[in-house]
Design a protein around this ligand. Structure first.
Ligand code: NAD
Length: 497
């Protein structure tokens, strides 16, 4: 049988033993059929470890464990105060093991080690703490308007067993966004990390057990989307599936959920987020934030500022300022402390991004900077920070999500023109407006079709602030109290007095 734990050489930590099995009912088990899949280091293209592939029948075993613990402990018989204590302990353990978890995240996803530590791990800790704080504050209402003869009240009860399917761009943080509110609400979980980046979700399983999570509350079933993911989406005894990933997969999961047991679905999907620069804005500041928006995580970000519209009289100054930022990106090896710009996740993703750049050239956009593989890539999957200017509506690079370090820039004349261009998209995840006119900022924020709008900044996300998409960027919200509500259901109780 494949190993449930495997030795792995991790930069700056040396050889460590990492879990590579299935985590079901608080135990590590090997896949019965012996199937595994390989996970790779995107900075070198080298094989890291083989990870267990959960079959449909192992997903079913995990669901049974989750159902049993939902009924016997976590969902029905554990108080909010006790849930809060366990989630809070999990946050402490993640902080304790921050160096290891950050190193695994960096190695498996290619992001710079400093970013993994100060952003991914720190934000995951904050998310766990936020939901630990809410776990004992789940309240309903009393509705007493029946003249003394009736009393009605509501209970906010956990939805039940939740399937959670997450992507590879923020493997740990997406894990925290999913697991923390589910556990806080009293749900139990069957978690499938991305097949490209399973290592931190597996490592977190051990920490969850150590934190005191009862057996069966959190089960981790790594595997491919079309098999393990599909088995979750189609399972008859999963009450809800929560997904982050592409629009195409979100649609498939929605169909599978509807065709099976009509399980509840929340979706966080892609984006093509517009960033508007008005001529009153500080152009240098707008360029700084655009760089954060499009080159953070090498552009593999669902809210990447990938479509920029600039008022025509400041267009040239903005392009010059953004070009300087692109050329100053700290491209390098993920294990180096000063690297901010790592490789893309896979050769396939790199080739897809390069094909988009070529399509932009073919359709008449000009490449201001970048546009190639990073010359020092060796076996890794880097694409240079890239600016495509003089883009226009209708170009493929303006319409479609590239999910890489490529920003398309074009001009607008006035506010109405800017809004028409910004909202001309099937997506609606995020948007930004740069202006020094306060009334204009408020007007434009209100008119943009997006679940998040930033004014004179970009990419700021906080566990207490809801996040999610308009249009085809998703269904439902994560984070904040909305993110907790997504794991509860309301029961109305009518009492005859
Ligand atoms: P993806 O849709 O290919 O995969 C995401 C997850 O879904 C993986 O775990 C995968 O194994 C699983 N999956 C694939 N096919 C499946 C199927 N048929 N049934 C069930 N599960 C299946 O997405 P990706 O390439 O991993 O991630 C990139 C995409 O995710 C981008 O489009 C990006 O915009 C989006 N994204 C969105 C957010 C957000 O919060 N809105 C965050 C991160 C990424």
């Amino acid at each position: 049988a494949p190993a449930t734990h495997t030795k792995l050489s991790v930069p700056s930590l040396g050889e460590v033993t990492v879990p590579t099995g299935l985590f079901i009912n608080n135990e590590w088990v090997a896949p019965a059929a012996g199937e595994t899949f390989a996970t790779v280091n995107p900075a070198t293209g080298e094989h890291l470890v083989n990870v267990a592939h959960a079959s449909a029948s192992e997903v079913d075993t995990a669901v049974r464990a989750a159902r049993s613990s939902f009924r016997s402990t976590w969902g029905m018989n554990v108080s909010g105060v006790e849930r809060a204590a366990v989630i809070s302990k999990l946050a402490d353990l993640l902080e304790r093991d921050a160096d290891l978890i950050a190193a695994l995240e960096s190695l498996n996803s290619g992001k710079g080690i400093r970013m993994a530590r100060t952003s991914d791990v720190a934000d995951a800790v904050a998310c766990l703490r936020y939901y630990a704080g809410l776990a004992d504050k789940i309240h309903g209402q009393t509705i007493d308007s029946f003249g003394g003869e009736k009393l009605c009240y509501t209970l906010h009860q956990p939805i039940g067993v939740c399937g959670q399917i997450i992507p590879w761009n923020y493997p740990l943080l997406m894990w925290a966004w999913k697991v923390a509110p589910a556990l806080a609400a009293g749900c139990t979980v069957v978690m499938k990390p991305s097949e490209l980046t399973p290592l931190t979700a597996l490592a977190m399983s051990d920490l969850a057990k150590e934190a005191g999570l009862p057996a069966g509350v959190l089960n981790t079933v790594p595997g491919l989307g079309a098999t393990t993911g599909e088995a979750i989406a189609r399972h008859q005894d999963i009450d809800k599936v929560a997904f982050t990933g592409s629009v195409a997969t979100g649609r498939r999961i929605s169909i599978a959920a509807a065709e099976s047991n009509l399980k509840k679905v929340t979706l966080e999907l892609g984006g093509k987020s517009p960033l508007l620069v008005f001529d009153s804005a500080d152009v240098e500041e707008a360029a700084d934030w655009t760089a954060v928006g499009i080159w953070f995580n090498s552009g593999q970000d669902c809210c990447a500022s990938s479509r920029v519209y600039v008022q025509e009289n400041v267009y040239d100054a903005y392009i010059a300022a953004l070009k300087k930022r692109a050329e100053a990106c700290a491209i390098g090896q993920p294990s180096a402390e000063d690297t901010s710009f790592g490789p893309l996740i896979s050769a396939g993703q790199r080739d897809k991004v390069l094909a988009y750049i070529q399509s932009g050239r073919d359709e008449g956009a000009s490449v201001v900077t970048g546009g190639r593989k990073w010359p020092q890539s060796n076996g890794g999957f880097w694409v240079e920070p890239t600016i495509l200017a003089d883009a226009h509506e209708g170009m493929k690079v303006v319409k479609e999500e590239i999910f890489g370090p490529v920003v398309v820039v074009s001009k607008f004349t006035d506010e109405a023109h800017a809004l028409a261009l910004a909202n001309d998209t099937t997506f609606g995840l995020a948007a930004a407006v740069f202006t020094n006119d306060g009334r204009q900022a408020t007007r434009v924020a209100r008119a943009l079709d997006a679940g998040t709008v930033w004014i004179n900044q970009y990419n700021y996300i906080h566990a207490g602030v809801p996040f999610g998409g308009f249009k085809q960027s998703g269904i439902g919200r994560e984070l904040g109290t909305y993110g907790l509500e997504a794991y509860t259901q309301v029961k109305a109780v009518h009492q005859n007095l």
